[in-house]
Design a protein around this ligand. Sequence first.
Ligand code: ADP
Ligand code: ZN
Length: 541
Amino acid sequence: PSRRPSAASTEPLHILDEVFGYSAFRGRQREIVDHVVGGGDALVLMPTGGGKSLCYQVPAIARHRRGQGVAIVVSPLIALMHDQVGALEEVGVHAAFLNSTLSLEQAQHVEREMMSGRLTLLYAAPERVTTPRFLAQLDSLHERGLLSLFAIDEAHCVSQWGHDFRSEYLGLSVLHERYPAVPRIALTATADEHTRADIIERLQLQDAQVFISSFDRPNIRYLIVEKDNPRAQLLRFIRDEHEGEAGVVYCQSRKKVEETAAWLSGEGIAALPYHAGLDAAVRQRHQDRFLREEGLVMVATIAFGMGIDKPDVRFVAHLDLPKNIESYYQETGRAGRDGAPAEAWMAYGLADVVNQRRMIDESPAGDDFKRVQRGKLDALLALAETHECRRVRLLGYFGEASEPCGNCDNCLQPPATWDATEAARKVLSCIYRFRQHGGGYGPSAFGAGHLIDVLRGKNTDKVAQYRHETLSTFGIGADLSEQQWRSVLRQLVALGHVVAEGEFNTLGLTESARNVLRGEVQLQLRVAAETKRAGRSGRVA
Ligand code: ADP
Ligand code: ZN
């Protein structure tokens, strides 16, 4: 039986307790709620799972109880509206949504509830909110003092810099122009400076108070492993740590999503695929099952994500490298929204680095844009390669200083490092000698496999064909295993001394390699992870 919040208190803490059953506000929620209840504008930057919804739901209830009418919540996602409205009605708050899934009668009913001011919250998509018809309805509410506030969820959608730009968001500035006295609260989990400035400008929030929460998700443990045999590594991770728990596995391509989901299922893990190439009905069914059933693993492209409000996702795994740190943060942030321990796991290898670089190179974007993208990728690689605290790096990227966390792989098991200056010079000079006419910088005609064969002094057909046994670098690396060389090479690529490019991922040297070759810099690299299985595993580049 739901409790009806009729002749009830307008004090936020009472509402929190009586309606939502929570005893205390979290973080800055209290400040934000008070500010909005008092009629101020707010821009709220809070990580996923931080509790953004209550920041406008509690004010909406308080203002409604004071007779100030209906709160309009702008939300880009139909699924999210359904979930939120369902949850609110369940606790006795009169809420509804207007979207294309309603029949004419249903929509008319919702409109009547709204226009009477009985409704506490109305959810609607931005394209609806800005129609002349809807604005006329808002005018009428406003004239009668029944427009209590505007909440603009996923506010980063207004920014082209963000990852989910939606042009319909641009029209939302009309709300401020038309109803300057009605408080507005914009909310997002996207932290970076660019996007923030864009939101303020485009939604005309210059006078809004900005509430920035820490982006730390202390309950998420970050783990980044070297790719060896990624499927087997993933399976071990799920079986050892997350048997029977809900999780998301991100892959880059649709094909890989399908294959991985089928493979996991074959291994007895309940897994479903999700990507934009699937039938809309299938996608919806898989999403619904993931949300409602327990312990399902969703194998997905990034098409699966924004607004997936499932509190008990216990892990997010990346089988491919995300685009940049923002994406990594967003995607891993879908784990542990309930605050209980969760893990963000990623396997990465040289091929990932090469792939991402190629995708940037081959994209039709302009040079400036590509330069920004490359810089962002480098920051992500530095996160993957660091032997220091992952969280310090991650938060540092968002401008937040912190201390080693004690809850990431590097803190829990500090990785061994070694002075790899000599090894690096061997790699670089070998690539240098691959160049015809006496060596040099720029691309060579050879890839990682051949490089390692030459370093280790293997007499392969290719070595014979190019007479590479005559190179001075032939066999100078017999002291390290193939796996160890691969690790050195990957780190050199991540550090930007070596590039792998073209159709065959041929290796080349960059300008920065010069300093290493000359012995001017000392290189401390991670020790390669022990290979647990015999034989050749993950291919390199
Ligand atoms: P966000 O939209 O920021 O990702 P939500 O609003 O969905 O986060 O909240 C995440 C979870 O935290 C929800 O399950 C919510 O009920 C819970 N939550 C939020 N605020 C509190 C609070 N003050 N006390 C207890 N639980 C809370
Ligand atoms: Zn740490």
